[in-house]
Design a protein around this ligand. Sequence first.
Ligand SMILES: C[S@@+](CC[C@H](N)C(=O)[O-])C[C@H]1O[C@@H](n2cnc3c(N)ncnc32)[C@H](O)[C@@H]1O
Length: 602
Amino acid sequence: MTKIKDIPKIDRPRERFLQKGADALLKSDLLAILLGSGIKGKNVRQLSENIIRKFGKNFLNITVDNLLEISGIGQAKALQIASAISLVKRFYDENKINEIVIKNSQDILSLTYDLRDKKKEHLVCLYLNARNVLLKKEIVSIGLLDKALLHPREIFYPATELNAASVVLVHNHPSGDFSPSEKDNQIIEKIIQAGEIMGIPVIDFIIISQNNHYSFYEKLNKQKANIDYVADGIQGTLFAMFETERPSYEIAAEKIRENYFYIPQVKENHLQLHNRRYIGNKHKLIEWIFSIINKECKGNSFADIFAGTGVVSAVATKHFEKILLNDFLHSNYAIYRAFFGNEAWDKNKIDNIIKSYNNIYGDDLEENYFSKNFGGKFFSKNSAKIIGFIRENIEKNKKNLTEREYYILIASLLYTADKIANTVGHFDAYFKKEFINDSFFMKPIDPIDTQEISIFQEDTNDLAKKINADVVYIDPPYNSRQYSRFYHVLETLTKWDNPKLFGVALKPEPENMSDYCRANAKDKFAELARDLDAKYLVVSYNNTYDSKSNSSKNKITLQEIEQILQKKGPTKVFEKNYRHFNAGNTNFNNHKEYLFVTKAKI
Ligand SMILES: C[S@@+](CC[C@H](N)C(=O)[O-])C[C@H]1O[C@@H](n2cnc3c(N)ncnc32)[C@H](O)[C@@H]1O
């Protein structure tokens, strides 16, 4: 009989496990390791093979008595095997218990019971994996549902982040009437089409009231209640049902792709241009703005001269050949160079650098400029140490990076810092907390494919004298709140010149203070309109004018804007009810967003 010591070392189960891992071993080898030794007349391998062969697929149901029937297996070895099996089963069962499998609308109703008593309308999304296990339940919107305001991105962005296979939507009607309204019907159509294009089907849309519910899935399934979402192994989806219910229904796939072109660009673990908090950003108004621009303006070139986040330019790249972006903030300039630049960069190199940054632990680092000033305030001490260390490292490494790579690393750091900042979304103040989480984890940004692009960092009125474009989009600040003061931490992190800081919010000496936030804003706007060499001027304006706080009062009135623009050429004004991202006390009830389109006189 071959003894285990006669087998070459590399073929012995334990050695193989250590060198190649558990997956390289047969089941009998794994059992041999557990048993440790053979019995008289059988080495451990033969004994294990006998056991595996005897019980086969029933192995996980073996009892101690079954094992004792095998000649040579005593109580000790039988207990060893039976306990190992029980241990694995126990953990396996516990994991399964934590899984919530969604079979039908009843499962959804029991998870959203709390919505029945809500006084305001809510839209809740339940994201499921391919086995219909619940991955996450998320409130997507609170307040009246409106097709124009609710964007499929809000529903599908978390789905792509979670790698969800499907989604169920639940909406409450506080009125008590559980039947779908016209608005509900419009919304669900829009969402199921977007879901189909994204490959994340909508399984059901359920409306609940205090005492009742309406499931589109059940209704379209010929009124059967409690019908399972998976039948005969096939996952039902609302899109498929709408199709069969209404054969004449047309999918406007091309149109939707254009409207929501941001969504397909979403890559897991990457930060998109719009994934930042920025006051007055037009991300949610973008469809409205471009529906007007596309109708009212013609041309090949587009200039976004108060570009902020750059989200307007990102959309403009789909409609215009040449794009110009400008903003006087250092952080915005770095972000544009990273996202829109057309210089070379090596994705693997960036991913590897960021991976190495994510292996840094704050506890291992000394204090630095960033952590001394902002640690324990805008960020946890450890997160601030890491941010400061990385920023210094990018600067030291600059000679080994292309310019694009340098800006991509800075932009990735800026976006990560914004994500974890202990603030309402700007750096005018931080939350007073005793304990701020160490949540630093850097993700790379996801650059945008662009064509001809020019990026500037200048005062807009100076720039206006030098440039020309078919369409110029103008979105200045309208109240006294200075962007350079709101985003000073990002400015300091970008410039990295270790300035002396002042006050509770630790701001540097003022820089890039906008005239549009001062009393002479109207004159500056008139000068800008006069100097711009453009076929069309498109101006965004919002009426925070009647706000309670002085700093939020507009420096230019709606009438003044209109008068100035009419001098440049015939002007149309479009308006829309809209609630902006607002971190302060300003009352934005009845808030309106305006868009002026001026066709310049030749
Ligand atoms: C209302 S925000 C623009 C938001 C942008 N449309 C978006 O969607 O993100 C105004 C921007 O103008 C910039 N800005 C203000 N005054 C400026 C000036 N005189 N020259 C250049 N940029 C200026 C600010 O830094 C800010 O980013």
